[in-house]
Design a protein around this ligand. Structure first.
Ligand SMILES: Cc1cc2nc3c(=O)[nH]c(=O)nc-3n(C[C@H](O)[C@H](O)[C@H](O)COP(=O)(O)OP(=O)(O)OC[C@H]3O[C@@H](n4cnc5c(N)ncnc54)[C@H](O)[C@@H]3O)c2cc1C
Length: 400
């Protein structure tokens, strides 16, 4: 699968922070993690720090799958609003899922600090805005539900939005908890830290066969090496579909641009994350270098040729939409790119064992806040591996 167009910003900007050998021998280990993106890196570091002998394999260079295309917004708010998630999974599971995503941002911050990873992590509030007046009652209900579960959120009416931004929206929710990161640097930093704890990392090594054995798994690579392990963790991102077909959600295409550095935009309240309800999706953030990232404009297909042919047109649309929000900030596009993106029926990730693969744990950080799910996956899979009880694992199980 072609996960991204050429030149997603992070991998161009960062180059190759580290290179790893491909696997050239047979290996026996406790856990083998398939995928060296942000999800695989988070799971691997949790396992390695727990003393589990772990090997990470990636068919590409590390961090150059979807992770290099991710715009790096860290949100507790999943693609499905709390009021809708309650209808889908019930109030207890919905509330707990939101709490876990909120907690994941703080855990990621602590991890980056503790492991001294320079990855542009910043705490940022987030503005979720309505497009139409008709949505105002839903925003009020969403506000009340979130407040009730202890989330620090304010309701902005049109006047409150106008007082803080150069645009107007009929309603918006301003949340304190959010963040942003360079996911590519974070991935490399996590793997470097994992290596210090005994992790082995091999890239440009593709898993071509996965066999369940009586006591674990046997994996064959494209160059004929064999890995035997107690467990495999499938953190292969949207390419996990090769094993799971439609069970893991639906794929689409999405677009993003990053600007040349701009002078600080004083009319952008706290340089918060901004995102809009409905379709076509629109979201924006700033970077530590003063650039602006604008993303969205999703399309319901995954054909890479068709997807990439639309990049220039989508970039123009994103610039136009940014201009409507910030008319005094002319934005020059430095890079524009596209990527494949996945959604699940309830907006929640799939994490854990699949009935067809009893010795495999899946870590599928799908959705607009896949990175926060990847943090949760790291903890759940580590706990499963160590036979510890994790009372949240059931929220993300297959077949829910
Ligand atoms: C444009 C865009 C914007 C996004 N913005 C955000 C955002 O703001 N916030 C957010 O949280 N999420 C965002 N996402 C989603 C984001 O992509 C995911 O959250 C995250 O990057 C997924 O990481 P991953 O490690 O699961 O997948 P990947 O980064 O794709 O890593 C999976 C790895 O598995 C490897 N692999 C696959 N098959 C095999 C095999 N057979 N053998 C060996 N290796 C294999 C691949 O090479 C790949 O490197 C965005 C996605 C896109 C496309």
């Amino acid at each position: 699968m072609n996960l991204t167009s050429s030149h997603p910003f992070w991998s161009v900007n960062n180059g190759l922070p580290a290179n790893y050998p491909s696997l050239q021998r047979n290996v026996s280990c406790d856990a083998v993690v398939i995928g060296g993106g942000i999800t695989g890196a988070l799971v691997a570091v949790h396992l390695a720090e727990a003393g589990v002998k772990t090997l990470v394999l990636d068919r590409r260079d590390i961090g150059t799958g979807s992770t290099s295309a991710s715009t790096g917004l860290l949100q507790y708010e999943i693609d499905v609003p709390l009021r809708e998630l309650i209808k889908k999974v019930g109030p207890v599971a919905a509330t707990r899922s939101y709490q876990l995503c909120r907690g994941a941002i703080g855990k990621l911050e602590q991890l980056a600090l503790r492991l001294k990873i320079d990855c542009g992590f910043e705490r940022k509030p987030s503005l979720f805005m309505a497009r139409t007046q008709r949505e105002t009652p839903e925003f009020r209900e969403e506000f009340q539900l979130r407040r009730k579960m202890g989330i620090e959120v304010e309701f902005y009416d049109a006047a409150a939005v106008r007082a803080r931004f150069p645009f107007v929206r009929p309603a918006a929710l301003f949340s304190k908890d959010g963040g942003q990161v360079d996911p590519h640097r974070l991935t490399h930093g996590l793997l470097a830290a994992g290596k210090r704890a005994g992790l082995e990392v091999c890239d440009r090594t593709k898993m071509t066969r996965l066999e369940e054995t009586r006591r674990g798994v046997r994996i064959t690579t494209h160059n004929g090496c064999e890995i035997t392990a107690r467990r495999v963790v499938i953190a292969a991102g949207f390419e996990s579909k090769a094993l799971l077909n439609a069970e893991a959600g639906t794929l689409k295409s999405t677009y993003a641009i990053i600007s040349e550095p701009l002078p600080a935009i004083s009319e952008w309240h706290q340089q918060c994350l901004i995102w809009e309800s409905g379709t076509p999706y629109l979201y924006l953030r700033t970077t530590t270098e003063g650039r602006v990232i604008v993303g969205g404009e999703d399309e319901d297909f995954v054909n890479a040729k068709r997807r990439d042919a639309l990049i220039s047109q989508k970039a123009r649309t994103l610039v136009k939409k940014f201009g409507r929000l910030f008319p005094n900030c002319p934005l020059e596009v430095a890079y524009a790119w596209a990527g494949t993106f996945g959604e699940t029926k309830d907006g929640l990730a799939y994490i854990g064992v699949h009935p067809r693969f009893p010795h495999a744990y899946f870590a599928l950080g799908y959705g607009g806040n896949g990175i926060t799910f990847s943090v949760i996956a790291g903890e759940i899979i580590r706990d499963c591996f160590l036979s510890r009880t994790n009372r949240d694992a059931h929220l993300f199980r297959f077949g829910r």
